[in-house]
Structure formats: C-alpha cells, structure tokens
Design a protein around this ligand. Structure first.
Ligand SMILES: [Zn+2]
Length: 123
C-alpha cells in the first residue's frame, strides 16, 4: 500500500518542519492542507487512515487533513495539445484530441504539503 509511504513522508516532513523552525510550545498540529496530483493514484481515504495510525502520540495526532486534487496537465508530442485531462480511469493516458500516447506530463504527480495549522500551549 503506497499510501503508507506517503503518510510516513508527510509525518516526517511536518515533524521536521516544526523542529527546524524552532517553534516553541507547540501543542498540536490541528490541520494539514495537501495538494495531490491525480496521477499519484493515491487513495485519499487510505492516506488519511494511514496517517491517523502512524501519527498516534505525536503532535499530529487527530489533525484534520484537507486535500486538493490536481488534475493531470499534459502536452501532446504529436498534435501539440496542451491542457488538463478530465478523467484518469486507468494507467494508460492518451491525448484527448488525437489519441496519441506519447505525452509530456507537466502536472498531476504532485504531492505537496501546502500548509499546516499549529496550536500552541497557553503559557
Ligand atoms: Zn494529441
């Protein structure tokens, strides 16, 4: 299940960020915003579940996860069509205009942690 490796990456990145920014009195991370490209084929529910499991007893425990899905964006090597793909049902993607399979993929493989919301301990 590759969602688990994404969840692990998320958790490590967030914990590192909080540490590196030297934030003091962090109580918990309450919200995490993600950008996920459709071509990662991540199952968002599984990702949330995996994250919930591995973040137990860390500052990320119970964090709300908000996901924005990014549509694939391609350039066709045959006809030059550039644009978003509406639906990706399987692993084979083709140009919506000419059906060519030789495409340059410019977007849709993102996995970005856009921002996190942190709650601080009260003094
Ligand atoms: Zn084309």
């Amino acid at each position: 299940m590759h969602e688990l490796s994404y969840a692990t990456f998320m958790l490590n990145t967030i914990l590192d960020t909080v540490k590196n920014q030297n934030l003091k009195n962090v109580k918990r991370v309450s919200k995490i915003k993600l950008e996920i490209g459709e071509l990662t084929f991540i199952n968002v529910e599984q990702l949330k579940f995996a994250f919930e499991v591995i973040s137990k007893s860390t500052i990320c425990e119970g964090a709300e996860i908000e996901v924005e899905i990014i549509k694939p964006y391609i350039t066709c090597n045959n006809c030059g069509y550039r644009g978003e793909l509406d639906s990706v049902d399987d692993l084979i993607i083709s140009c919506p205009k000419c059906g060519n399979l030789s495409l340059k993929i410019d977007g849709g493989k993102e996995f970005n942690i856009k921002n996190i919301t942190v709650e601080f301990e009260e003094e």
